[in-house]
Design a protein around this ligand. Structure first.
Ligand SMILES: *[C@@H]1O[C@H](CO)[C@@H](O)[C@H](O)[C@H]1NC(C)=O
Ligand SMILES: *[C@@H]1O[C@H](CO)[C@@H](O)[C@H](O)[C@H]1NC(C)=O
Ligand SMILES: *[C@@H]1O[C@H](CO)[C@@H](O)[C@H](O)[C@H]1NC(C)=O
Ligand SMILES: *[C@@H]1O[C@H](CO)[C@@H](O)[C@H](O)[C@H]1NC(C)=O
Length: 921
């Protein structure tokens, strides 16, 4: 202690003495070099303090992010996340002999890394991560002999990793992940004996893992995932006994796992999924109790489930799916009390599901599908209070479905299909109120479908009860499943008529009621005309499978049934019934006019249409008639790619028709956007994405037929006094949230991901309930993961991410930017153009208040919705970060805003925007 004190006193004295000598000779060359670089940047605002005026005494030492030693020479430049845009070419590295730390991370620097970087011979840390730097890593990097930490991750660097890196023998940390580096991992990296963390994931690296990596005895983290690495794991890797994280996933590694690979005492994350590894699970795995996360899925490993695994008290995530594991499940998995995901799908596991699994109270995902499990589903699984997904399909499970499953109040996905389950469907399943998808198909279930299934209002994806022995009538309550998209009750013994209450299931895209004993006529509604009904002797209606009905479709019998339903359960049905009557009223009006006939279909075939998702009800003629050959008076809008018409078809259905522009210099551009739009849309099924019914490519014109949205686009409503007032804060927050969820769906749930590329308030349509639907995929393009995405500039001015100005690399992050602009627009009530350009500077000084942002046409938001607005603004600000890599992903945003709002302590009217910008997403 005393020693330290006297030491620091001495340092202080020394500094003072030195300062008196050197303060006048402060290195003006450094200041000038910095100013030269500043001048080359696209935006100088973040470096406002960098200037040679008044008292600065030609020293840069007081400038933002700059630190000097007592000789007045620059030792540190820290400009992380200040919004820099520009190149490094004009950075005169040779002027900074004393520089030890250079941190330019989290900006939007582009261009190449100059080889003159090699002049910074004292550099100990170099952080260039999260920029847009391209080109090779200069080999001169090997001259930086004092380098300790080097992070160039998340750029777009190319070429091979220079072997000169092997000269940096003080290096402790090397992060080059998320670039486009190719070629082999240089064996010289094995020289870096001090290395602790080596992360080269997410590149295009080829060749084997060099055995020399086994020399890095201090390594705690080795991450090489998502490359094209080949060959087997070198035995030498077993000597890395300090490893905490080993991630080699998604390569082409083959051969056996080294037997002692799990002998390190510290190993927490072992991740090797999606390789071609074979051979037995190493015996050393059994005693490796430190494990937290284990992912072995998608290899060809063999092993005995009951012998090769031990007890892992810290385990939170294990995925062994799609290997060749056999033997029985051990009850000791239940000792991993913190387990949230247990996925053993696609192996050869036999025996029963241990009842002890019911003790895994943290478990969220249980997937034992596609194995050879027998016996009953333990009722103890009803104790898994946190469970989201229970996936047990494709086994030989028998007995009844335990009633206790009804206690799983968080369950979103239940798939027990393709087993040998018997008995009836427990009505308690109707209590699983968060279910999105329910699949009990291909079992031996009998009895009727409990009407409580109609309580599952969140059921959105699938209700599949096909391939059982279900009897009785279809409950009219199923009509309450307004969000359901796929209904399959085929291959059962259902009787009676199809309740007309099902007409109001407007989200349905697929209905299969084939092979039952149903009678009567089909309900109205598109999905029913496209559905499958073969094998029902008594059904009639407008479907290719059926005879047309001879009499009016409104049977008195059906009406009776409705009366019965009203009496049985008046309250829950009142709302559905109201809709129902409405549909009846409309349908009886238009039915008089309708004469759906075969001639019309033949007519349709005469035109050389390209037809996709054709629902058989709309023909070219229908569209031409309904729009009076695209008469002005039916035009409801105009977009970049064409005009939009409202077409009220003879069938009573209203659709939106987008007629694409014909350009002078040929149809090529149109054709391209046309096909793009269609391709993207046919792959999307989401209730907040505008549905495409069909399209036509004809010599005379090209058009797309869409779901019609009553209230038109968001811009029109927002820019209209009355509309803006009707769009209160609750509705606005809902719009932001819903668009976020839809984009997250497109980016993260579609394979390949779909980038919209033109999100703006013109492309968000609202239905009668002000529920938003994302439209206009004219510029969307399938993002093939391995094709490059350089393309001509697209999008709407004012929403286009800044990097598209100079890189043309379209990524999901471009949509994130546009989403941020859109979200601000919804809050402000007008396009936030000026605010966006003033943002980088507002961070360092001039303080914009949050309350200045709110649309003045509404009273300020308060309480809960106020908090949600603040969260939305924070998210939006993160989205419009100039650096694409610093923007959050839509998935992250979507999760963030549905996770409930944080509580903001300060009253709204005192919150400053800069505070929100620091808010950690
Ligand atoms: C640096 O700033 C401090 C206070 O902010 C000031 O007292 C000092 O004179 C400045 N030094 C130079 C060299 O400008
Ligand atoms: C695992 O640990 C047990 C008890 O410590 C020991 O008896 C056994 O030999 C170990 N097994 C392996 C494969 O190291
Ligand atoms: C389980 O998780 C809790 C909370 O995250 C943590 O405090 C506890 O240490 C964990 N237990 C084990 C055995 O890892
Ligand atoms: C409905 O289920 C049956 C049997 O499970 C299956 O064969 C059929 O393809 C399914 N229908 C649709 C439209 O997917």
């Amino acid at each position: 202690m005393a020693l330290e004190k006297s030491h620091s006193l001495f340092t202080l004295l020394f500094c003072l003495v030195m300062l008196s000598f050197t303060s006048t000779t402060a290195n003006s060359g450094e200041a000038e070099a910095l100013l030269l670089w500043k001048a080359s940047l696209l935006n100088q605002a973040p470096l406002n303090s960098w200037s040679l005026n008044k008292a600065t005494n030609k020293s840069p030492c007081n400038w933002t992010g700059v630190a000097c030693n007592y000789e007045g020479s620059v030792t540190e430049i820290n400009l992380t996340n200040v919004g820099l845009q520009g190149k490094l070419d004009n950075f005169k590295f040779s002027y900074f002999p004393s520089l030890t730390n250079l941190d330019l991370s989290n900006n939007a620097l582009f261009g190449t890394i100059p080889s003159t970087l090699g002049n910074l011979t004292n550099l100990a840390t170099l952080y260039l991560h999260h920029n847009i730097l391209s080109g090779p890593i200069p080999k001169e990097i090997g001259d930086l002999k004092n380098m300790v930490q080097l992070d160039m991750s998340s750029n777009i660097l190319t070429d091979s990793i220079p072997s000169t890196l092997g000269d940096l023998n003080k290096l402790v940390l090397l992060y080059l992940f998320n670039n486009s580096l190719s070629g082999p991992i240089p064996k010289e990296i094995g020289n870096l004996k001090n290395m602790v963390e080596l992360h080269l994931s997410g590149n295009l690296l080829t060749g084997p893992i060099p055995p020399s990596l086994g020399d890095l005895k201090n390594l705690t983290s080795l991450q090489l995932c998502q490359n094209h690495l080949l060959g087997s794991l070198p035995q030498e890797i077993q000597s890395l006994t300090n490893l905490v994280i080993l991630d080699l996933a998604e390569n082409h590694l083959s051969g056996y796992l080294p037997q002692q690979i799990f002998e390190g005492k510290f190993l927490k994350k072992f991740v090797i999924f999606n390789n071609q590894l074979t051979g037995p699970i190493p015996k050393s795995l059994r005693n490796c109790t430190s494990l937290i996360r284990v992912r072995l899925e998608g290899n060809q490993l063999t092993g005995n489930m009951s012998e090769d695994f031990g007890v892992y008290p810290n385990l939170t995530y294990i995925d062994l799916s799609y290997n060749r594991l056999f033997g029985e499940l051990s009850p000791s998995w239940a000792k991993s009390k913190n387990l949230t995901s247990l996925k053993f799908s696609g192996n050869l596991i036999t025996g029963k599901i241990p009842q002890e699994f019911g003790q895994l109270i943290q478990l969220r995902v249980l997937n034992l599908s596609l194995n050879c499990l027998v016996g009953e589903i333990p009722q103890e699984l009803g104790c898994l209070a946190s469970l989201f997904n229970m996936i047990l399909y494709g086994n030989q499970l028998s007995g009844r479905i335990p009633l206790e499953i009804g206690k799983l109040s968080n369950l979103e996905l239940l798939d027990l299909s393709a087993n040998n389950l018997i008995g009836s469907i427990p009505e308690q399943l109707g209590d699983c109120s968060k279910l999105h998808s329910l699949n009990l198909s291909r079992n031996h279930l009998n009895g009727s479908i409990p009407f409580q299934i109609g309580n599952l209002a969140e059921l959105q994806n699938t209700l599949d009860l096909s391939g059982n022995m279900l009897s009785g009538e279809i409950s009219p309550q199923l009509g309450n499943l307004h969000m359901l998209e796929i209904l399959n009750l085929s291959h059962n013994m259902l009787t009676g008529s199809i309740p007309s209450s099902l007409e109001v299931m407007l989200s349905l895209t697929s209905v299969d009621l084939s092979y039952n004993n149903l009678v009567g006529s089909l309900p109205n509604g598109n999905a029913f005309q496209k559905g499958t009904f073969v094998g029902n002797k008594g059904l009639c209606g407008k479907s290719q499978d059926l005879q047309p009905c001879n009499s009016s479709p409104i049977h008195s019998g059906e009406q009776k049934k409705i009366h019965k339903a009203i009496i049985l359960i008046i309250l829950p049905l009142l709302s559905a019934l109201f809709l129902l009557l409405l549909v009846f009223a409309i349908s009886s009006i238009y039915h008089r006019k309708t004469k759906i006939a075969k001639e019309e279909r033949n007519e349709m075939n005469r035109y050389p249409f390209l037809i996709w998702n054709w629902d058989g009800c709309i023909s070219y003629e229908d569209i031409i008639n309904a729009t009076e050959d695209f008469d002005e008076k039916h035009c409801i809008g105009e977009g970049g790619y064409g005009r939009v018409y409202k077409a009220a078809l003879q069938t009573g259905q209203v659709v939106a028709v987008k007629k694409l522009h014909k350009l002078e210099d040929g149809e090529q551009i149109d054709q391209k956007s046309f096909i793009n739009e269609v391709q993207a849309l046919t792959e999307i099924r989401h209730r907040n994405i505008v549905k495409l019914y069909g399209f036509c490519s004809h010599r005379r014109c090209m058009f797309l037929v869409y779901e019609y949205m009553e209230r038109g686009n968001l811009a029109n409503i927002l820019y209209n006094e009355e509309g803006a007032r009707e769009l209160n804060w609750v509705k606005r927050v809902n719009i932001i949230k819903t668009v976020a969820h839809s984009l997250s769906y497109m980016h993260h749930d579609c394979v390949p991901p779909i980038v919209h590329r033109d999100i703006s308030s013109n492309n968000v349509l609202l239905d009668s309930e002000f529920e938003p639907h994302v439209s206009d995929f004219g510029t969307a393009r399938l993002l093939k993961p391995d094709s490059c995405n350089w393309t001509e500039l697209a999008g709407t001015f004012g929403y286009v991410a800044p990097e598209l100005g100079y890189t043309m690399r379209v990524t999901e992050k471009c949509d994130v930017y546009s989403f941020g602009v859109l979200a601000l627009e919804v809050i402000i009530g007008t396009h936030p153009g000026d605010i966006i350009s003033s943002l980088p500077s507002s961070k360092s000084g001039q303080n914009l208040q949050l309350k200045d942002l709110f649309d003045p046409r509404l009273p300020h938001p308060e309480d809960q919705v106020g908090n949600e607005v603040i969260l939305a603004v924070s998210v939006a600000l993160a989205c419009i970060n100039a650096n694409p890599q610093t923007r959050p992903t839509m998935e992250h945003i979507s999760r963030k805003i549905s996770a409930g709002t944080p509580h903001f302590l300060k009253p709204f009217h005192t919150v400053e925007l800069s505070q929100l910008m620091e808010f950690q997403l």
